[in-house]
Design a protein around this ligand. Structure first.
Ligand code: NAX
Length: 332
């Protein structure tokens, strides 16, 4: 393993990035390796990154290597090991004279961004680069980026760890358990209100959720909708979308990919389907994942899904298929 790692972060002047970037160099995420940061923003705000770089320098992070910032994504991509694609155009802003409210508008604007970024990553990123898409619509942005990259040795993911962490928190409260005793909290499908948080395969104090929880009414009427709507609840309460929890979830995803998964356990992220669990091949879908000792990441394939679970997952798959159709013109 190389003694340094190069990490590209887009949306670096945004609110998630402000919580995320210091944690990349704090010596915990990448252990003792030096972390070279390449921060990317759009031309209109890139100069603000000078202030962030000053703060990073003033923070004394012994593991911090070089720090640069740019609005040139190609330049930033050169030889990068990790890409944290946080930047995207959010819902609610006026873009080219139109207020962006519909998911379809988000898809087409952000889709274009991910074609360009995907091509640059495929050409200039390391051959074994890992890419985590946070910017919404995350699954379909990753789908577009991966297609544009045309580099199958790189590994594309969309983030569902925040949904998984939210679900763990709800289950720990319901069962009076310590949050660290909740494992294998899988989010299937799309990172959207159709996602399916799996209360059957979750492990609570060493027991399967399907046995331990024994309260289907709570699962259907409280647990699943609460996880699906948690992002909106945070926006309603805070007046802004989740930031520090999203940053922590991105860090958790990086750590889960950097360290072997303990035997019997798994973590949550959306990756390209290989047809496992009858999910159409090629879609970027939330799965249970294992990081092997040799560094490879694969789908944990030995879980059972009830008819109820399959029905719920299918709803999310239908949405992913519709999103795929909506961005067909970007798939060259
Ligand atoms: P902010 O609006 O604070 O920051 C986004 C930043 O991205 C802005 O500074 C903007 O200039 C920059 N940006 C836009 N296009 C860019 C491009 N082409 N290259 C580089 N930078 C670009 O948003 P923030 O709250 O940080 O959220 C970022 C994204 O995360 C949003 O799309 C949001 O919807 C998404 N989220 C995803 C979550 C997940 O679990 N996958 C949860 C949290 C969050 O909602």
């Amino acid at each position: 393993m190389s003694s340094s790692v190069k990490v590209v972060v887009t949306g670096a002047a945004g609110q998630i990035a402000y919580s995320l970037i210091p944690r990349l160099v704090d010596g915990k995420t990448f252990g003792n390796r030096k972390v070279d940061l390449s921060l990317v923003e759009i031309p209109q705000v890139v100069s603000k990154l000078e202030g962030l770089v000053m703060e990073l320098e003033d923070s004394y992070f012994p593991n911090m290597g070089t720090v640069s910032y740019t609005d040139d994504f190609k330049e930033a991509s050169k030889d990068a090991d990790w890409f944290l694609l946080v930047g995207s155009i959010p819902r609610g802003i006026v873009y080219n004279g139109k207020k962006i409210e519909e998911r379809s508008d988000l898809l087409s604007i952000n889709g274009g961004i991910f074609v360009d970024q995907g091509q640059a990553i495929g050409s200039y990123g390391k051959m074994d680069a890992k890419i985590l898409v946070v910017g919404n619509p995350a699954n379909t942005n990753a789908f577009i980026g991966k297609n544009a990259a045309k580099n199958n040795s790189q590994f594309w993911m969309a983030m569902t760890m925040l949904d998984s962490n939210r679900a763990k928190s709800i289950i720990s409260k319901k069962t009076n358990s310590n949050i660290s005793d909740i494992k294998n909290m899988i989010i299937w499908g799309n990172h959207s209100p159709t996602m399916y948080p799996d209360a059957e395969n979750v492990i609570i104090n060493g027991s399967l959720g399907s046995i331990f929880l024994n309260d289907q009414c709570w699962i259907e009427e409280s647990f699943i909708p609460s996880v699906q709507q948690r992002g909106k609840a945070v926006i309603d309460a805070r007046g802004a979308s989740s930031a520090t929890s999203a940053a922590k979830a991105a860090i958790d995803t990086v750590i889960a990919c950097e360290q072997p998964t303990e035997s019997g356990f798994c973590f949550s992220a959306a990756i390209t389907s290989d047809g496992s669990y009858d999910i159409p091949e090629g879609l970027i879908c939330g799965f249970p994942l294992i990081r092997l000792d040799n560094g490879a990441i694969e789908i944990k394939r030995d879980l059972s899904l009830s008819e109820f679970a399959k029905e719920k997952i299918n709803l999310s798959i239908e949405e992913l298929l519709a999103e795929k159709e909506a961005v067909e013109h970007l798939m060259k």
